[in-house]
Design a protein around this ligand. Structure first.
Ligand SMILES: Cc1cc2nc3c(=O)[nH]c(=O)nc-3n(C[C@H](O)[C@H](O)[C@H](O)COP(=O)(O)O)c2cc1C
Length: 192
């Protein structure tokens, strides 16, 4: 396969991913926003969520800001904002805020330095716990602990399950396919 065909093939092989915008800020108050799909649940107690950051030459700003200021927001992408969210993956210089460049609204909450995406319906803030370098290819697994979540009440079921399809949260495939989701069924806990 040529390089581009191979990249698409490999990027899509592991399947659909949730797609979110990560909001950060540096020490002098410059905001940054970038789209990430390689987010993963690490554990529920303590509540840990990770994401894979590409090598710093390719994707420098999010990781540098997180290492400088520790706190970062994760904001689900829905149908009305996915094209703008996609545009945040362009290589903007450090002094440009992707919020302004793509037309999304930064939302600052008391006591939290990093900006949320106001348009997003599922938002949470993480505190950096660990950056684990993956030596094989220069990427990083960035692990954060959940600090607070901001969720529309109608999305959360009585048992705490978040029916995020009600917020029209999307998933992505590779780096350019965006998909809606539909619940088939919620099954009971499997027992032997
Ligand atoms: C749908 C989609 C998913 C992406 N997922 C990731 C990801 O999981 N990790 C990553 O490092 N970059 C990912 N990217 C690329 C980043 O958005 C891009 O490198 C961005 O410019 C990083 O910005 P930063 O330098 O501000 O951190 C993705 C791009 C798209 C379009």
């Amino acid at each position: 396969m040529d390089r581009f065909t191979r990249t698409h093939f490999i990027n899509t092989l592991s399947g659909f991913k949730s797609v979110s915008l990560i909001g950060t800020i540096n020490k002098v108050g410059q905001s940054n926003l970038a789209i990430f799909s390689n987010l993963v649940h690490i554990g529920a107690d303590p509540a840990l969520i990770g994401f894979v950051n590409r090598p710093t030459e390719a994707a420098p700003h999010t990781l540098a800001n997180i290492q400088a200021t520790e706190f970062y927001t994760v904001n689900h992408v829905h149908q009305d904002i996915y094209a703008k969210a996609h545009q945040t993956s362009a290589k903007y210089p450090e002094h440009i805020s992707e919020f302004e460049a793509v037309g999304l609204t930064p939302l600052f909450r008391p006591g939290i330095s990093a900006p949320f995406v106001e348009e997003s319906k599922v938002q949470y803030v993480l505190k950096l716990e660990e950056v684990i370098p993956i030596k094989l290819n220069g990427t990083f697994l960035v692990v954060g602990s959940l600090q607070q979540a901001f969720i529309r009440a109608e999305i959360m079921d009585e048992d705490g399950f978040l029916s995020i399809e009600k917020a029209n949260s999307l998933c992505s495939l590779g780096i350019n396919g965006y998909y809606e989701t539909k619940l088939l069924e919620k099954l009971p806990y499997a027992k032997a």
